[in-house]
Design a binder for this molecule. Structure first.
Ligand code: GLV
Ligand code: MN
Ligand code: MN
Length: 417
């Protein structure tokens, strides 16, 4: 039987709803693309909440936000984090749940009057989604020294703006240095974003790791021409070639077990009804838990696109937008999360994350782990994304009990799971 939660789930849900109003879309869901004005408003709200809780707020040079509740001794903190940027048609839970649960852990400790040995830092990392600026997990990657601030600032987004200009524009280019963080351990609560937990009626996903990710952008260039007068045999149609490439990606991916692949963006130029497309730009997102298999698929996709371009007499350019190896989370933390979950009377199963997460970057520098809660109908990156309050309560309870253990809480008279 589920034990009652020690966190205030109504307060957590209220903050999720409030943050969800920032960038709210007319039909539901949110658009808070990284480093836009909506992102700034979400950040301002978060920083305000951190200050209300008496946390020391620090912004680093790539705009990551860190709010810290001090510990009894000046030790490396337990970090609880995620992100508050979204895709263009995002939901209320992806990322926001992890950050706001961090705040809820802090406020619950405050309510209980409980001090911890080590500080607890709540982190909101810049541009986890990678939807506007590649790569994804940019803020956490820079935070751990996997990319320089300068390289990140130079990245040009889908609207032609650089990360640096956008960061300066919203006033979140902070002063704190990046690259050598001292963190004791890292926890992230996230929605599953897939269908497994709901289908199996399991409360908690104990995440063993994250699959490998490869993003490539291809640009095909032919010649724009009159749609009525140009004979089919005389066209250099970049749009048609891109469509053939998308089908080829799908065929290649479906032939490999455990592989997923997506052409999620395809832009024609000039993109008009009566003009043969002279240029087509498209992206390929490939993921697999097996890095070697992913590399083979990546190579096969490259070869196929090259063949299609040659067939059609088109020029081809490509660039890698993101490339991350599979990541395994900390074995001890995984075991502790399982034990904590069982103590709370919750059902859990181990799983590998299909989506990328800031935890995979933090795993480079400290023990890191993730807790998943079910996503209704497995939907995410969709305005209908939903996780039931009871499921949020379960996940937040696991996070709280884990935080108490890792930060070293002095909970007199309290049974710690
Ligand atoms: C980030 O959310 C990703 O997995 O694409
Ligand atoms: Mn996320
Ligand atoms: Mn996402």
């Amino acid at each position: 039987m589920r034990r009652p939660s020690r966190v205030n789930c109504a307060r957590l849900s209220a903050r999720l709803e409030r943050l969800g109003q920032v960038g709210a879309l007319p039909g539901g869901g949110v658009c808070r693309l990284a480093l836009t004005d909506e992102d700034r408003k979400g950040r301002d709200l978060l920083v305000g909440w951190m200050r209300e809780l008496g946390m020391a707020v620090l912004i680093d040079r790539i705009g990551n936000i860190f709010g810290t509740r001090p510990g009894r001794r000046p030790a490396p903190p337990l970090m609880i984090g995620s992100h508050i940027d979204t895709v263009k048609t995002g939901g209320l839970y992806d990322g926001a749940l992890g950050v706001l649960t961090g705040l809820e852990v802090v406020e619950t400790l405050d309510d209980l009057g409980v001090a911890t040995d080590r500080p607890i830092t709540v982190a909101a990392f810049t541009n986890e989604e990678g939807a506007r600026f590649a790569p994804d997990m940019m803020g956490s990657l820079v935070h751990v020294g996997g990319m320089t601030v300068e390289a990140a600032r130079a990245v040009v987004g889908i609207d032609g703006t650089t990360v640096g200009d956008a960061l300066d524009g919203i006033g979140y280019a902070g002063l704190a240095p990046c690259g050598k963080p001292e963190v004791h351990s890292y926890l992230e609560l996230h929605i599953e974003q897939g269908p497994i937990l709901e289908a199996e009626r399991v409360d908690i996903g104990v995440v063993e790791g994250v699959q490998a990710i490869s993003w490539t952008e291809f640009v095909l260039e032919g010649a724009s021409a009159h749609a009525g007068t140009t004979p089919m045999a005389m066209r250099r149609d970049a749009g048609l070639a891109a469509a053939r490439a998308a089908v080829a990606v799908n065929d290649i991916v479906r032939a490999v077990g455990g592989q997923v692949g997506t052409v999620g963006s395809l832009v024609f130029e000039p993109n008009l009804v009566n003009v043969v497309a002279g240029k087509a730009t498209f992206t390929v997102d490939l993921r697999n838990n097996d890095a070697d298999a992913l590399a083979r698929v990546d190579a096969a996709v490259g070869l196929a696109v090259r063949g299609i371009a040659e067939d059609a007499g088109l020029a081809l350019r490509s660039r890698i937008l993101a490339s991350f190896a599979p990541v395994g989370f900390d074995r001890d933390l995984i075991g502790e999360i399982e034990a904590t979950t069982a103590n709370l009377g919750l059902r859990s199963r181990r799983m590998v994350s299909g989506a990328g997460h800031d935890a995979q970057m933090m795993a480079r520098i400290c023990p890191a782990a993730m807790v998943f809660v079910p996503s209704a109908r497995g939907l995410s990156h969709n305005i209908a994304e939903f996780t039931a309050p009871d499921d949020i309560a379960a996940g937040a309870s696991v996070l709280f009990e884990m935080a108490v253990k890792l930060a070293g809480a002095d909970m007199v008279g309290e049974e710690i799971a």
